[in-house]
Design a protein around this ligand. Structure first.
Ligand code: ME8
Length: 496
Protein backbone atom coordinates (compact mmCIF):
# COMPACT_ATOMS: atom_id res chain seq x y z
CA UNK A 1 0.00 0.00 0.00
CA UNK A 2 1.40 3.39 -1.01
CA UNK A 3 2.02 5.76 1.84
CA UNK A 4 0.17 9.02 1.25
CA UNK A 5 2.03 12.16 2.34
CA UNK A 6 0.08 13.53 5.31
CA UNK A 7 0.49 17.23 6.06
CA UNK A 8 -1.42 18.72 8.99
CA UNK A 9 -2.17 22.19 10.35
CA UNK A 10 -3.39 22.98 13.86
CA UNK A 11 -7.12 23.02 14.44
CA UNK A 12 -7.87 26.68 14.94
CA UNK A 13 -10.09 27.92 17.77
CA UNK A 14 -13.37 29.13 16.39
CA UNK A 15 -13.89 31.93 18.87
CA UNK A 16 -11.72 34.45 17.02
CA UNK A 17 -11.74 35.62 13.43
CA UNK A 18 -8.94 34.13 11.32
CA UNK A 19 -6.01 36.47 10.79
CA UNK A 20 -2.61 36.54 9.12
CA UNK A 21 -1.12 34.07 11.64
CA UNK A 22 -3.64 31.38 10.77
CA UNK A 23 -3.28 32.16 7.07
CA UNK A 24 0.49 31.75 7.40
CA UNK A 25 0.38 28.15 8.63
CA UNK A 26 -2.31 27.38 6.13
CA UNK A 27 -0.51 28.81 3.10
CA UNK A 28 2.72 27.05 4.10
CA UNK A 29 0.86 23.74 4.34
CA UNK A 30 -0.83 24.35 0.99
CA UNK A 31 2.50 25.17 -0.69
CA UNK A 32 4.00 21.89 0.55
CA UNK A 33 0.93 19.93 -0.51
CA UNK A 34 0.85 21.53 -3.96
CA UNK A 35 4.51 20.87 -4.52
CA UNK A 36 4.29 17.17 -3.71
CA UNK A 37 1.14 16.80 -5.78
CA UNK A 38 2.94 18.46 -8.68
CA UNK A 39 5.64 15.80 -8.24
CA UNK A 40 2.89 13.20 -8.73
CA UNK A 41 2.84 12.11 -5.08
CA UNK A 42 -0.36 11.35 -3.25
CA UNK A 43 -0.94 14.00 -0.62
CA UNK A 44 -3.52 14.50 2.12
CA UNK A 45 -3.74 18.00 3.61
CA UNK A 46 -5.65 17.91 6.87
CA UNK A 47 -6.96 21.00 8.61
CA UNK A 48 -9.96 21.99 10.71
CA UNK A 49 -11.29 23.71 13.79
CA UNK A 50 -11.05 23.30 17.56
CA UNK A 51 -14.52 23.80 18.96
CA UNK A 52 -14.79 22.49 22.52
CA UNK A 53 -13.91 23.97 25.89
CA UNK A 54 -14.65 26.73 28.27
CA UNK A 55 -13.11 29.45 26.14
CA UNK A 56 -15.43 28.67 23.23
CA UNK A 57 -18.46 28.35 25.51
CA UNK A 58 -17.75 31.70 27.17
CA UNK A 59 -17.30 33.39 23.80
CA UNK A 60 -20.64 32.01 22.59
CA UNK A 61 -22.35 33.15 25.77
CA UNK A 62 -20.87 36.61 25.45
CA UNK A 63 -22.33 36.85 21.96
CA UNK A 64 -25.61 35.49 23.33
CA UNK A 65 -25.49 32.65 20.85
CA UNK A 66 -26.27 29.00 21.10
CA UNK A 67 -22.86 27.33 21.26
CA UNK A 68 -23.57 24.98 18.35
CA UNK A 69 -24.64 27.84 16.15
CA UNK A 70 -21.55 29.75 17.29
CA UNK A 71 -19.10 26.97 16.38
CA UNK A 72 -20.80 26.40 13.03
CA UNK A 73 -20.34 30.05 12.20
CA UNK A 74 -16.73 29.98 13.38
CA UNK A 75 -15.84 26.92 11.29
CA UNK A 76 -17.57 28.60 8.33
CA UNK A 77 -15.32 31.66 8.63
CA UNK A 78 -12.19 29.54 8.37
CA UNK A 79 -13.54 27.55 5.43
CA UNK A 80 -14.47 30.75 3.63
CA UNK A 81 -11.01 32.22 4.12
CA UNK A 82 -9.30 29.05 2.90
CA UNK A 83 -11.38 29.23 -0.24
CA UNK A 84 -10.42 32.85 -0.76
CA UNK A 85 -6.73 32.05 -0.29
CA UNK A 86 -6.89 29.13 -2.73
CA UNK A 87 -6.04 26.54 -0.06
CA UNK A 88 -6.52 23.13 -1.57
CA UNK A 89 -7.09 21.01 1.53
CA UNK A 90 -8.31 17.41 1.46
CA UNK A 91 -10.07 17.20 4.79
CA UNK A 92 -11.57 19.62 7.28
CA UNK A 93 -12.15 18.06 10.68
CA UNK A 94 -14.10 19.68 13.48
CA UNK A 95 -13.67 18.45 17.05
CA UNK A 96 -17.47 18.33 17.26
CA UNK A 97 -17.64 15.76 14.43
CA UNK A 98 -19.09 12.47 15.64
CA UNK A 99 -16.21 10.36 14.37
CA UNK A 100 -13.78 12.56 16.26
CA UNK A 101 -15.79 12.39 19.49
CA UNK A 102 -16.02 8.60 19.16
CA UNK A 103 -12.27 8.38 18.57
CA UNK A 104 -11.50 10.49 21.65
CA UNK A 105 -13.70 8.14 23.69
CA UNK A 106 -11.93 5.13 22.24
CA UNK A 107 -8.43 6.51 22.87
CA UNK A 108 -9.20 7.60 26.43
CA UNK A 109 -10.76 4.23 27.22
CA UNK A 110 -7.68 2.46 25.86
CA UNK A 111 -5.32 4.60 27.93
CA UNK A 112 -7.47 4.14 31.03
CA UNK A 113 -7.50 0.38 30.51
CA UNK A 114 -3.72 0.42 30.21
CA UNK A 115 -3.64 2.31 33.52
CA UNK A 116 -1.94 5.23 31.86
CA UNK A 117 -4.75 7.43 33.14
CA UNK A 118 -5.45 7.65 36.87
CA UNK A 119 -7.60 9.73 39.20
CA UNK A 120 -6.00 12.35 41.45
CA UNK A 121 -6.40 15.91 42.67
CA UNK A 122 -5.40 18.93 40.71
CA UNK A 123 -4.49 22.09 42.46
CA UNK A 124 -2.99 24.88 40.45
CA UNK A 125 -3.69 27.63 37.99
CA UNK A 126 -5.43 27.64 34.64
CA UNK A 127 -5.45 30.06 31.74
CA UNK A 128 -8.81 29.91 29.97
CA UNK A 129 -7.76 31.89 26.83
CA UNK A 130 -4.79 29.52 26.32
CA UNK A 131 -6.51 26.47 27.84
CA UNK A 132 -3.24 25.75 29.68
CA UNK A 133 -2.42 24.57 33.21
CA UNK A 134 0.31 26.16 35.32
CA UNK A 135 1.64 25.20 38.73
CA UNK A 136 1.96 27.94 41.35
CA UNK A 137 5.75 27.83 41.05
CA UNK A 138 5.56 28.23 37.27
CA UNK A 139 3.49 31.40 37.62
CA UNK A 140 4.10 33.02 41.00
CA UNK A 141 2.41 36.25 39.95
CA UNK A 142 -0.64 34.29 38.73
CA UNK A 143 -0.17 35.72 35.24
CA UNK A 144 -0.14 33.48 32.16
CA UNK A 145 3.39 33.12 30.74
CA UNK A 146 2.00 32.86 27.23
CA UNK A 147 -0.67 35.54 26.94
CA UNK A 148 -0.05 37.71 30.00
CA UNK A 149 -3.60 37.41 31.30
CA UNK A 150 -4.73 36.65 34.86
CA UNK A 151 -4.80 32.95 35.71
CA UNK A 152 -7.73 31.28 37.47
CA UNK A 153 -7.21 28.99 40.48
CA UNK A 154 -8.39 25.44 40.17
CA UNK A 155 -8.59 22.88 42.92
CA UNK A 156 -10.51 19.79 42.05
CA UNK A 157 -10.46 16.10 41.42
CA UNK A 158 -8.99 15.33 38.02
CA UNK A 159 -7.77 12.49 35.87
CA UNK A 160 -4.10 12.45 34.94
CA UNK A 161 -2.16 11.02 32.03
CA UNK A 162 1.17 9.45 33.04
CA UNK A 163 3.18 11.84 30.90
CA UNK A 164 6.19 11.55 33.21
CA UNK A 165 6.68 7.93 32.20
CA UNK A 166 7.50 8.97 28.66
CA UNK A 167 10.24 11.46 29.37
CA UNK A 168 13.24 9.23 28.63
CA UNK A 169 11.62 7.68 25.59
CA UNK A 170 10.81 11.13 24.22
CA UNK A 171 14.34 12.36 24.74
CA UNK A 172 15.72 9.28 23.03
CA UNK A 173 13.39 9.73 20.07
CA UNK A 174 14.40 13.37 19.68
CA UNK A 175 18.07 12.41 19.90
CA UNK A 176 17.77 9.62 17.35
CA UNK A 177 15.59 11.53 14.90
CA UNK A 178 17.14 14.91 14.16
CA UNK A 179 14.25 15.81 11.81
CA UNK A 180 11.54 15.11 14.37
CA UNK A 181 11.43 18.69 15.68
CA UNK A 182 12.32 21.48 13.30
CA UNK A 183 13.89 24.00 13.19
CA UNK A 184 16.94 23.11 15.30
CA UNK A 185 16.40 25.98 17.74
CA UNK A 186 12.97 24.56 18.63
CA UNK A 187 14.39 21.08 18.99
CA UNK A 188 16.90 22.42 21.49
CA UNK A 189 14.13 24.24 23.32
CA UNK A 190 12.20 20.99 23.78
CA UNK A 191 15.31 19.10 24.80
CA UNK A 192 15.91 21.77 27.44
CA UNK A 193 12.32 21.51 28.62
CA UNK A 194 12.54 17.74 28.91
CA UNK A 195 15.77 17.98 30.86
CA UNK A 196 13.69 19.36 33.75
CA UNK A 197 10.99 17.54 35.67
CA UNK A 198 8.12 16.28 33.47
CA UNK A 199 4.92 16.08 35.48
CA UNK A 200 1.86 13.97 34.75
CA UNK A 201 -0.76 15.88 32.81
CA UNK A 202 -4.19 16.74 34.14
CA UNK A 203 -6.52 15.69 31.33
CA UNK A 204 -9.96 16.38 32.71
CA UNK A 205 -11.97 19.11 34.35
CA UNK A 206 -15.14 19.12 36.38
CA UNK A 207 -17.88 21.62 35.58
CA UNK A 208 -17.00 22.23 31.95
CA UNK A 209 -20.28 22.04 30.11
CA UNK A 210 -19.02 22.06 26.54
CA UNK A 211 -16.71 19.21 25.65
CA UNK A 212 -16.30 15.44 25.54
CA UNK A 213 -17.20 13.63 28.74
CA UNK A 214 -14.72 11.01 29.88
CA UNK A 215 -16.08 7.60 28.92
CA UNK A 216 -15.19 6.17 32.34
CA UNK A 217 -16.45 9.12 34.42
CA UNK A 218 -19.16 11.29 32.93
CA UNK A 219 -18.71 14.04 35.54
CA UNK A 220 -15.41 14.89 33.94
CA UNK A 221 -14.82 16.63 30.61
CA UNK A 222 -11.71 15.86 28.55
CA UNK A 223 -9.05 18.57 28.55
CA UNK A 224 -9.47 20.42 25.23
CA UNK A 225 -5.88 19.88 24.20
CA UNK A 226 -6.11 16.13 24.59
CA UNK A 227 -9.40 16.25 22.69
CA UNK A 228 -7.96 18.39 19.87
CA UNK A 229 -4.63 16.57 19.42
CA UNK A 230 -6.46 13.32 18.79
CA UNK A 231 -7.83 14.84 15.58
CA UNK A 232 -4.57 13.97 13.86
CA UNK A 233 -5.50 10.31 14.09
CA UNK A 234 -9.29 10.52 14.20
CA UNK A 235 -9.35 12.31 10.82
CA UNK A 236 -7.26 9.71 8.97
CA UNK A 237 -9.58 6.96 10.24
CA UNK A 238 -7.97 5.47 13.36
CA UNK A 239 -11.36 4.31 14.60
CA UNK A 240 -13.51 3.93 11.55
CA UNK A 241 -11.19 3.10 8.65
CA UNK A 242 -7.99 1.27 9.63
CA UNK A 243 -7.02 0.69 6.04
CA UNK A 244 -7.10 4.39 5.23
CA UNK A 245 -5.40 5.15 8.53
CA UNK A 246 -2.49 2.91 7.64
CA UNK A 247 -1.99 4.62 4.33
CA UNK A 248 -1.94 8.05 5.99
CA UNK A 249 -0.35 7.75 9.42
CA UNK A 250 2.30 8.71 10.54
CA UNK A 251 2.07 12.33 9.41
CA UNK A 252 4.98 13.48 7.32
CA UNK A 253 4.77 17.11 8.31
CA UNK A 254 2.85 18.63 11.20
CA UNK A 255 2.95 22.41 10.87
CA UNK A 256 2.17 24.74 13.75
CA UNK A 257 3.27 27.96 15.41
CA UNK A 258 5.91 28.06 18.12
CA UNK A 259 3.18 28.90 20.67
CA UNK A 260 1.91 25.34 20.68
CA UNK A 261 5.11 23.38 20.19
CA UNK A 262 5.12 21.73 23.63
CA UNK A 263 1.69 20.28 23.02
CA UNK A 264 2.88 18.83 19.72
CA UNK A 265 6.42 17.82 20.62
CA UNK A 266 5.87 16.50 24.14
CA UNK A 267 2.24 15.68 24.96
CA UNK A 268 1.19 14.48 21.51
CA UNK A 269 4.14 12.11 20.89
CA UNK A 270 3.75 10.73 24.43
CA UNK A 271 0.09 9.98 23.68
CA UNK A 272 1.11 8.25 20.47
CA UNK A 273 3.72 6.20 22.31
CA UNK A 274 1.08 5.24 24.85
CA UNK A 275 -1.09 4.00 21.98
CA UNK A 276 1.85 2.19 20.35
CA UNK A 277 1.53 4.32 17.24
CA UNK A 278 4.44 5.70 15.21
CA UNK A 279 5.37 9.35 15.68
CA UNK A 280 5.12 11.99 12.96
CA UNK A 281 8.22 12.37 10.84
CA UNK A 282 8.48 16.10 11.43
CA UNK A 283 6.84 18.61 13.71
CA UNK A 284 7.73 22.04 12.35
CA UNK A 285 7.17 25.08 14.55
CA UNK A 286 7.19 28.32 12.62
CA UNK A 287 7.61 31.80 14.04
CA UNK A 288 5.23 34.48 15.14
CA UNK A 289 3.81 37.39 13.12
CA UNK A 290 3.42 40.87 14.48
CA UNK A 291 1.79 43.76 12.66
CA UNK A 292 3.76 46.96 11.95
CA UNK A 293 6.14 46.03 14.75
CA UNK A 294 3.49 45.31 17.40
CA UNK A 295 1.69 42.30 18.79
CA UNK A 296 -1.63 41.99 16.97
CA UNK A 297 -4.63 42.83 19.11
CA UNK A 298 -8.20 43.87 18.59
CA UNK A 299 -7.78 46.81 20.94
CA UNK A 300 -4.83 48.17 18.96
CA UNK A 301 -6.85 47.64 15.78
CA UNK A 302 -3.80 46.22 13.99
CA UNK A 303 -4.98 42.67 13.32
CA UNK A 304 -4.09 41.86 9.72
CA UNK A 305 -7.12 40.52 7.85
CA UNK A 306 -5.89 38.16 5.13
CA UNK A 307 -9.02 38.56 3.00
CA UNK A 308 -8.60 42.30 2.99
CA UNK A 309 -4.91 42.20 1.99
CA UNK A 310 -5.58 39.56 -0.65
CA UNK A 311 -8.51 41.64 -1.96
CA UNK A 312 -6.30 44.68 -2.31
CA UNK A 313 -3.11 43.07 -3.67
CA UNK A 314 -4.21 39.72 -5.03
CA UNK A 315 -4.24 36.28 -3.44
CA UNK A 316 -0.95 35.19 -5.02
CA UNK A 317 0.89 38.32 -3.93
CA UNK A 318 -0.29 37.74 -0.36
CA UNK A 319 0.73 34.08 -0.41
CA UNK A 320 4.10 35.06 -1.86
CA UNK A 321 4.69 37.78 0.71
CA UNK A 322 3.98 35.45 3.64
CA UNK A 323 6.63 32.95 2.64
CA UNK A 324 9.06 35.46 1.14
CA UNK A 325 9.19 37.95 3.97
CA UNK A 326 10.30 35.59 6.73
CA UNK A 327 12.60 32.60 6.88
CA UNK A 328 10.28 29.78 7.86
CA UNK A 329 10.87 29.17 11.55
CA UNK A 330 11.67 32.77 12.45
CA UNK A 331 9.37 35.55 13.63
CA UNK A 332 8.03 38.03 11.12
CA UNK A 333 6.44 41.41 10.91
CA UNK A 334 3.73 42.50 8.51
CA UNK A 335 4.23 45.97 7.15
CA UNK A 336 2.27 47.69 4.40
CA UNK A 337 5.37 49.45 3.10
CA UNK A 338 7.43 46.27 2.85
CA UNK A 339 4.53 44.53 1.16
CA UNK A 340 4.37 47.26 -1.45
CA UNK A 341 8.12 47.19 -1.96
CA UNK A 342 8.18 43.44 -2.59
CA UNK A 343 5.15 43.66 -4.83
CA UNK A 344 6.62 46.44 -6.96
CA UNK A 345 10.14 45.05 -7.17
CA UNK A 346 9.95 41.29 -7.11
CA UNK A 347 6.52 40.60 -8.55
CA UNK A 348 5.71 43.50 -10.90
CA UNK A 349 9.21 44.49 -12.05
CA UNK A 350 11.16 41.28 -11.95
CA UNK A 351 8.73 38.45 -12.67
CA UNK A 352 5.84 40.31 -14.35
CA UNK A 353 8.15 42.37 -16.49
CA UNK A 354 10.19 39.39 -17.61
CA UNK A 355 7.08 37.68 -18.91
CA UNK A 356 5.79 40.76 -20.59
CA UNK A 357 9.02 41.84 -22.29
CA UNK A 358 9.93 38.35 -23.50
CA UNK A 359 6.51 37.77 -25.01
CA UNK A 360 6.51 41.22 -26.61
CA UNK A 361 9.84 40.47 -28.24
CA UNK A 362 8.77 37.06 -29.45
CA UNK A 363 5.58 38.54 -30.89
CA UNK A 364 7.47 41.35 -32.53
CA UNK A 365 10.54 39.57 -33.83
CA UNK A 366 9.80 35.87 -34.19
CA UNK A 367 6.10 35.07 -34.38
CA UNK A 368 5.46 31.42 -35.11
CA UNK A 369 9.15 30.47 -34.94
CA UNK A 370 10.04 26.95 -33.66
CA UNK A 371 13.71 26.97 -32.70
CA UNK A 372 15.99 24.05 -31.93
CA UNK A 373 19.13 23.40 -29.81
CA UNK A 374 19.36 26.56 -27.71
CA UNK A 375 21.90 27.19 -24.98
CA UNK A 376 22.19 29.54 -22.01
CA UNK A 377 20.51 29.59 -18.62
CA UNK A 378 20.01 25.87 -18.69
CA UNK A 379 22.36 24.97 -15.85
CA UNK A 380 20.66 27.29 -13.40
CA UNK A 381 17.24 25.87 -14.20
CA UNK A 382 18.30 22.23 -14.11
CA UNK A 383 20.22 22.72 -10.86
CA UNK A 384 17.20 24.40 -9.31
CA UNK A 385 14.92 21.55 -10.28
CA UNK A 386 17.31 19.08 -8.72
CA UNK A 387 17.48 20.90 -5.41
CA UNK A 388 13.75 21.42 -4.86
CA UNK A 389 12.73 18.09 -3.30
CA UNK A 390 15.26 18.42 -0.53
CA UNK A 391 14.33 22.02 0.21
CA UNK A 392 10.63 21.15 0.35
CA UNK A 393 11.33 18.30 2.77
CA UNK A 394 12.90 20.92 5.03
CA UNK A 395 10.09 23.45 4.38
CA UNK A 396 12.83 25.88 3.42
CA UNK A 397 10.59 28.27 1.50
CA UNK A 398 13.04 31.18 1.57
CA UNK A 399 15.75 29.23 -0.18
CA UNK A 400 13.28 27.94 -2.75
CA UNK A 401 12.14 31.48 -3.53
CA UNK A 402 15.77 32.70 -3.56
CA UNK A 403 16.62 30.11 -6.18
CA UNK A 404 13.60 31.00 -8.32
CA UNK A 405 14.27 34.72 -8.12
CA UNK A 406 17.93 34.18 -8.86
CA UNK A 407 16.82 32.67 -12.17
CA UNK A 408 14.34 35.49 -12.82
CA UNK A 409 16.99 38.12 -12.16
CA UNK A 410 19.54 36.30 -14.30
CA UNK A 411 17.01 36.15 -17.12
CA UNK A 412 16.34 39.89 -16.87
CA UNK A 413 20.08 40.60 -16.95
CA UNK A 414 20.38 38.29 -19.93
CA UNK A 415 17.82 40.43 -21.76
CA UNK A 416 19.79 43.58 -20.94
CA UNK A 417 23.09 42.05 -22.04
CA UNK A 418 21.98 40.31 -25.19
CA UNK A 419 19.81 43.21 -26.41
CA UNK A 420 17.34 41.30 -28.57
CA UNK A 421 16.11 44.58 -30.10
CA UNK A 422 19.55 45.01 -31.70
CA UNK A 423 19.88 41.33 -32.57
CA UNK A 424 16.56 41.64 -34.42
CA UNK A 425 18.35 43.90 -36.88
CA UNK A 426 21.82 42.37 -36.89
CA UNK A 427 21.85 38.67 -35.98
CA UNK A 428 18.59 36.78 -36.24
CA UNK A 429 20.20 33.43 -35.52
CA UNK A 430 21.44 34.69 -32.15
CA UNK A 431 18.07 36.35 -31.58
CA UNK A 432 16.35 33.00 -31.95
CA UNK A 433 18.68 31.48 -29.45
CA UNK A 434 18.14 34.27 -26.89
CA UNK A 435 14.36 34.24 -27.16
CA UNK A 436 14.32 30.48 -26.93
CA UNK A 437 16.35 30.55 -23.76
CA UNK A 438 14.05 33.15 -22.27
CA UNK A 439 10.97 31.17 -23.17
CA UNK A 440 12.44 28.10 -21.52
CA UNK A 441 13.23 30.07 -18.37
CA UNK A 442 9.66 31.37 -18.16
CA UNK A 443 8.24 27.91 -18.65
CA UNK A 444 10.38 26.58 -15.79
CA UNK A 445 9.66 29.58 -13.56
CA UNK A 446 5.93 29.16 -14.20
CA UNK A 447 6.24 25.62 -12.88
CA UNK A 448 8.43 26.51 -9.94
CA UNK A 449 6.19 29.27 -8.62
CA UNK A 450 3.08 27.07 -8.87
CA UNK A 451 2.94 25.97 -5.21
CA UNK A 452 3.25 29.57 -4.00
CA UNK A 453 1.20 31.37 -6.63
CA UNK A 454 -1.02 28.85 -8.41
CA UNK A 455 -3.10 31.39 -10.32
CA UNK A 456 -0.06 33.31 -11.58
CA UNK A 457 1.57 30.07 -12.61
CA UNK A 458 -1.53 29.20 -14.65
CA UNK A 459 -1.47 32.66 -16.20
CA UNK A 460 2.19 32.33 -17.24
CA UNK A 461 1.46 28.98 -18.88
CA UNK A 462 -1.55 30.37 -20.63
CA UNK A 463 0.42 33.33 -22.01
CA UNK A 464 3.25 31.02 -23.10
CA UNK A 465 0.71 28.69 -24.66
CA UNK A 466 1.89 25.60 -22.79
CA UNK A 467 0.17 23.18 -20.43
CA UNK A 468 2.77 21.08 -18.64
CA UNK A 469 1.45 18.24 -16.52
CA UNK A 470 4.66 17.19 -14.79
CA UNK A 471 8.19 18.38 -14.23
CA UNK A 472 9.47 16.56 -17.29
CA UNK A 473 7.33 18.81 -19.48
CA UNK A 474 9.26 21.88 -18.44
CA UNK A 475 12.76 20.49 -18.50
CA UNK A 476 15.22 22.60 -20.42
CA UNK A 477 15.53 20.37 -23.42
CA UNK A 478 11.82 19.74 -23.87
CA UNK A 479 10.73 21.06 -27.19
CA UNK A 480 9.13 24.46 -27.46
CA UNK A 481 7.33 26.53 -29.99
CA UNK A 482 6.20 30.08 -30.06
CA UNK A 483 3.08 29.37 -32.02
CA UNK A 484 0.64 29.44 -29.16
CA UNK A 485 1.90 32.43 -27.26
CA UNK A 486 -0.80 34.75 -26.20
CA UNK A 487 0.48 37.85 -24.44
CA UNK A 488 -2.04 39.00 -21.89
CA UNK A 489 -2.53 41.51 -19.13
CA UNK A 490 0.41 42.26 -16.80
CA UNK A 491 0.84 39.48 -14.27
CA UNK A 492 1.14 41.93 -11.38
CA UNK A 493 -0.35 45.24 -12.41
CA UNK A 494 1.26 48.29 -10.88
CA UNK A 495 -0.84 49.70 -8.02
CA UNK A 496 -1.20 53.36 -7.15
O1 ME8 B 1 -3.71 26.94 19.42
N1 ME8 B 1 1.83 34.26 14.03
O2 ME8 B 1 -5.52 27.33 18.04
P1 ME8 B 1 -5.29 28.85 17.62
C1 ME8 B 1 2.01 33.05 13.48
N2 ME8 B 1 -6.71 25.20 18.90
N3 ME8 B 1 1.13 32.06 13.57
C2 ME8 B 1 0.00 32.28 14.25
C3 ME8 B 1 -0.27 33.52 14.85
C4 ME8 B 1 0.71 34.54 14.72
N4 ME8 B 1 0.57 35.76 15.23
N5 ME8 B 1 -1.47 33.44 15.46
C5 ME8 B 1 -1.95 32.20 15.21
C6 ME8 B 1 -4.78 26.62 18.92
N6 ME8 B 1 -1.07 31.49 14.48
C7 ME8 B 1 -5.32 25.23 19.17
C8 ME8 B 1 -4.56 24.24 18.31
S1 ME8 B 1 -4.09 21.78 17.40
C9 ME8 B 1 -4.51 20.24 17.83
C10 ME8 B 1 -4.99 22.82 18.49
C11 ME8 B 1 -1.25 30.11 13.98
O3 ME8 B 1 -6.52 29.25 16.91
C12 ME8 B 1 -0.13 29.19 14.40
O4 ME8 B 1 -0.14 28.05 13.59
O5 ME8 B 1 -4.83 29.65 18.76
C13 ME8 B 1 -0.56 28.81 15.79
O6 ME8 B 1 0.10 27.66 16.28
C14 ME8 B 1 -2.02 28.57 15.56
O7 ME8 B 1 -2.41 29.58 14.60
C15 ME8 B 1 -2.82 28.73 16.85
O8 ME8 B 1 -4.17 28.72 16.52
Amino acid sequence: MDKIILITTPLYYVNADPHIGHAYTQVAADVLARYWRSRCKKVHLLTGTDEHGEKILRAAQQMKKDVREFVDEGAGKFKKLWETLNINYDQFIRTTDKVHVDTVNDVLTALYDKELIYKGDYSGLYCVPCETFFTSSQAEDEICQDCGRKLESLSQESYFFRLSEFKDKLLRHIEENPDFIMPVSRRNEIKGFLAGELKDLSISRLDVQWGIQLPFDRYHTAYVWVDALINYISAPGYLNDRHRFQSLWPADMQLLGKDILKFHAVIWPAMLMALNLPLPKTVFAHGWWTSEGQKMSKSLGNVVDPAQVAGEWGVDAFRYYLLRQVTFGQDGDFSQSRFRERYDTELANELGNLLSRVLSMIEKYRPGFSPSSPEGLDVKVEDALKSLDDLYIKANFSSILDIIWDIIRAANSYVEQSKPWILAKEDTEKLDCVLTNLFRVLRAVGWMIYPFMPASSGEIFSQLGVSPSCVDDIRWNREINFENINKGEPLFPKKQ
